[in-house]
Ligand binder design. Structure first.
Ligand SMILES: Nc1ncnc2c1ncn2[C@@H]1O[C@H](COP(=O)(O)OP(=O)(O)OP(=O)(O)O)[C@@H](O)[C@H]1O
Ligand SMILES: [Mg+2]
Length: 135
């Protein structure tokens, strides 16, 4: 996979989330991503960045334009050094929340993208990687 352009944005407040979403939309527009896929990408990314704020307090996102074979798209990495997730399989189930939320963030985000990977270690943190191709 070829990386064409990359930017890291630190996340520690709602203000950062707004900036992150703006930048993500700019990148998606720049590569000519369809509006439907932009919406899917930004919806998924919004859930994942919210999890950083809610569960870890802070972290960082990296937006990257990537290309592979005939496809171009956007890869986003969400990284935090929060408490981590003890049971990732459970966290990925529809309706599972450790709090009183809907528990649709992670599984919902997965359905909206072409690639989804979550790595988490209790006491160390969580990293989620997604890719949405432009077409
Ligand atoms: N970055 C993270 N660090 C630690 N725990 C996390 C993180 N992201 C998710 N989790 C855990 O995984 C569970 C499921 O996450 P998910 O986003 O699917 O649901 P939710 O945040 O509880 O509810 P919703 O996103 O629907 O408001 C969370 O309740 C939380 O326990
Ligand atoms: Mg959530």
């Amino acid at each position: 996979m070829i990386s064409l352009n990359k930017e890291t944005i630190k996340i520690s407040s709602e203000k950062d989330v707004v900036l992150f979403r703006q930048r993500l939309r700019e990148y998606a527009t720049k590569i000519g991503m369809s509006v439907l896929n932009q919406t899917k990408l930004i919806t998924a990314a919004s859930e994942l960045v919210r999890n950083i704020l809610v569960y870890a307090g802070s972290g960082e996102t990296t937006i990257e334009v990537v290309s592979e074979r005939l496809q171009t798209g956007i890869k986003v990495i969400f990284k935090d050094n929060g408490p981590g997730i003890a049971d990732v399989n459970k966290a990925m189930q529809d309706g599972y929340s450790s709090g009183r939320s809907l528990g649709l963030g992670l599984p919902g985000a997965k359905r909206l993208v072409n690639f989804f990977e979550i790595k988490s270690t209790v006491g160390h943190g969580t990293t989620v990687t997604i890719i949405r191709w432009k077409k």
